[in-house]
Write a protein of this length. Structure first.
Length: 41
């Protein structure tokens, strides 16, 4: 998979998203190793 911004290598990551309420979530995303762009598949 390549980055839509720089065409760099994308790697799979699990990101923690804190929210204002009582629940928090882990979200699957892809992050570019070159520019740091994060995309939600």
């Amino acid at each position: 998979m390549s980055c839509s911004r720089c065409r760099g290598l994308m790697v799979a990551e699990d990101l923690f998203t804190p929210s204002e309420g009582a629940t928090h979530a882990w979200v699957f995303a892809a992050r570019c190793l070159n520019c740091g762009n994060v995309e939600d598949p």
